[in-house]
Design a protein around this ligand. Structure first.
Ligand code: SF4
Length: 283
């Protein structure tokens, strides 16, 4: 029988729990499915199994704001939306439940403030990620997105630069990007907008190193913070099996491993973690 060692921080963070709880409350408080449709713009969280559960309860998912019917109740996910999208929804008189995580809101506000004061904005993150796209939507002037130190080194010299991070990045990388920008900027302001929940889950994975024979990481394939946990586990010498649910377990991976660490991204619900633990415990 395998021994399971849980990471001491795993699963839903404050921002995701707040958003999911609000959607569930809205769905459950309707007296009928027809009364007040509940919509989300985009996947409300990067976890397909939890999204499927919410859809089964009646949540409708729009690809963009234009798809949300007039008069619907629309939830803004924790990643936030660009300012133009929010203004468009308000202009249409939609009932908005804004579940933008306060940490993401802070990054949006910093980007907007520095941009309006004439700083060129450099965002550390994944340019395709909805959180970065939402933050970019609060910038009025020049903005660059960099994912690594090499990309920062390629940026031109500029008089005033503000560096802001996607909330799920690693602090070491933010520090590396800041160092690369020092010779590129007459004046450099660095905003550490990495959220504590992310750092706590990353540190919890580091603490598994040397204590387990491998780590089962539970989280959505599109989850940026889960991908970071995978990178950290590997960088700390741990063999990682990244799965979305218990159905994806690869039993060959467990051969020769007795102590199994369990880690999970900030968008992984507890019920999925519990299913994975139960399945491993039964082997
Ligand atoms: S990871 Fe942090 S920033 Fe993102 S939703 Fe959770 S608490 Fe908010």
């Amino acid at each position: 029988m395998k021994e399971i060692v849980m990471a001491d921080r795993a699963g839903f963070c404050f921002g995701v729990k707040r958003a999911v709880d609000a959607i569930v409350d809205a769905l459950e408080s309707r007296s009928s499915a027809k009364e007040g449709e509940v919509w989300s713009i985009g996947m409300p969280i990067h976890n397909p199994q939890e999204v499927a559960r919410l859809e089964a309860m009646g949540l409708k998912i729009a690809r963009n704001a234009d798809e949300v019917p007039n008069g619907a109740r629309v939830f803004i996910r924790a990643h936030g939306e660009p300012r133009a999208v929010m203004e468009g929804l308000r202009g249409r008189g939609e009932t908005i439940a804004d579940m933008t995580c306060p940490h993401v809101r802070r990054a949006q506000e910093r980007a907007g403030e520095f941009s309006s004061r004439g700083y060129d904005i450099v965002l550390l993150g994944d340019a395709r990620h909805p959180e970065i796209q939402a933050i970019m939507g609060y910038v009025d002037g020049p903005v660059d997105v960099v994912a690594n130190v090499a990309e920062a080194e390629n940026l031109p010299k500029r008089p005033r630069v503000a560096l802001i991070s996607q909330t799920t990045q690693q602090e070491e990388l933010l520090a590396g990007i800041a160092s690369a920008l020092v010779p590129k900027a007459g004046e450099l302001c660095v905003c550490n907008t990495i959220c504590k929940a992310t750092v706590e889950r990353q540190d919890a994975v580091r603490r598994l190193a040397g204590r387990v024979d491998g780590v089962v990481l539970v989280g959505g394939r599109e989850s940026a913070n889960t991908a970071k946990l995978r990178d950290i586990a590997k960088a700390n010498g741990m063999d990682v099996l990244w799965i979305e649910s218990a159905e994806e377990m690869e039993w060959g991976w467990f051969e020769g491993k007795m102590k199994i660490g369990i880690a999970a991204g900030a968008s992984t619900p507890q019920w999925l973690i519990t299913e994975v633990c139960n399945k491993i415990a039964r082997t």
